[in-house]
Design a protein around this ligand. Structure first.
Ligand SMILES: *Cc1c(COP(=O)(O)O)cnc(C)c1O
Length: 359
């Protein structure tokens, strides 16, 4: 029996995609082999990867002067690759500090150059994104980096920062493909696949061409965007099966109406959950309403002593992985693209029932 999996990542995938991958597991389209067993240098695998890129480009409307790179190493590797490739001889870059993931990016970038904080929401306890009117940007910064969705804190930008001629870099690991986005506003976008795209092991980078090609001296071959751009993400063996799975997800999203339709479904799910939490008098979400994440919804119970009972009951009802991040405590429901409305309805019904019994 399938459960409703609220994990923050690796996370729920569309059931139809898993079923299709299952059907194609032993014999992909009459090839007599699994995609996992195919050479990455020949058809039919080449076609699979090209189609995945074409579908991603269609979904996001990626302009032709942007490259799509299928990499490995997770978002964590991008915390280093971004400064190594994008500092381009400039002394430093601007970062926006909105929670735990942006903090990790900031710490790692500090190994390669001077990091300036253009803005921080520390004074508000990281419960809101800092309004751009208070930002102090360096016009000479190599780029400005921010995290579009803080997966742990449940804080999301619902607007794109204005940075003038300074390239905008975004960690979109936990909200990429959750809504339409104007890629042309960005210099570089990166995302680990395991939240809202596909299986772990694939990292997506979308980068404007002119930012590629000036890595800092000593940059390893594998950490130079140019290596992957010049070889269509096939310099060495790419994570073939993860790319195939991501491709199935992209195709499915296109068939289901593209990102405008995805955004509508995500909004409905989030409204249902936040609406219930706010009116419950028992559960609480600490994030300012204008900065709430549509993907990750942290919440607490009035009495933390009931946390374990809540989680046990949830599990009995097929609602899994609701325990909050170890650094945040409480609960967290991740409701990525693949979580159906029925999953959120089941969660809210369980939460109501729990209040009846323990409130
Ligand atoms: C999960 C996550 C990361 C870390 O991703 P890895 O792929 O595990 O390196 C970084 N940033 C954000 C916003 C995340 O949600």
């Amino acid at each position: 029996m399938r459960v409703f999996n609220f994990s923050a990542g690796p996370a729920i995938l569309p059931e139809e995609v898993l079923a299709q991958a299952g059907e194609e597991m032993l014999d992909w389209h009459g090839s007599g082999m699994s995609v996992m067993e195919m050479s990455h240098r020949a058809e039919p695998y080449l076609g699979i990867q090209h189609q995945a890129e074409a579908d991603l480009r269609a979904l996001l409307g990626i302009p032709s002067d942007y490259r799509v790179l299928f990499l490995q190493g997770g978002a964590w590797t991008q915390f280093a690759m971004v400064p190594m490739n994008l500092l381009r001889g400039r002394p430093g870059a601007d970062y926006v500090h909105t929670g735990i993931w942006s903090e990790k990016a900031i710490e790692e970038a500090g190994r390669f150059g001077r990091v300036r904080l253009a803005a921080s929401s520390e004074s508000s306890g990281f419960h809101a994104v800092p309004p751009q009117s208070g930002w102090q940007m360096d016009p000479g910064a190599a780029y400005l980096h921010y995290t579009t969705n803080e997966t742990i804190g449940g804080v999301q930008f619902h607007w794109i920062p204005q940075t003038g001629t300074v390239p905008l870099v975004a960690d979109m690991s936990s909200d990429i493909l959750s809504q339409p986005v104007d890629v042309s506003r960005f210099g570089l976008i990166y995302a680990g696949a395991q939240k809202n795209i596909g299986p772990a092991g694939l990292t997506l980078v979308i980068v404007r061409e002119d930012l590629i090609g000036t890595p800092m001296p000593g940059t390893p071959t594998m950490l130079d965007y140019r290596t992957h751009a010049q070889h269509d993400s096939m310099f060495n063996t790419p994570p073939t099966w993860a790319i195939y799975m991501a491709g199935l997800v992209f195709a499915r999203l296109l068939r289901d109406g593209g990102l405008p339709a995805v955004a509508e479904r995500n909004r409905a799910k989030a409204e249902l959950l936040y609406g219930y939490i706010d009116g419950s008098g028992f559960y609480r979400n600490p994030v300012e309403p204008g900065s709430r994440s549509l993907m990750n919804v942290p919440f607490t119970l009035t009495d933390p002593a009931l946390d374990a009972t809540f989680l046990q009951g949830a599990e009995r009802n097929g609602l899994l992985q609701l325990k909050g991040h170890r650094l945040a405590g409480g609960m967290r429901a991740s409701i990525y693209n693949a979580m159906p409305l029925a999953g959120v309805e089941a969660l809210v019904n369980y939460m109501k029932e729990f209040v009846r019994q323990h409130g």
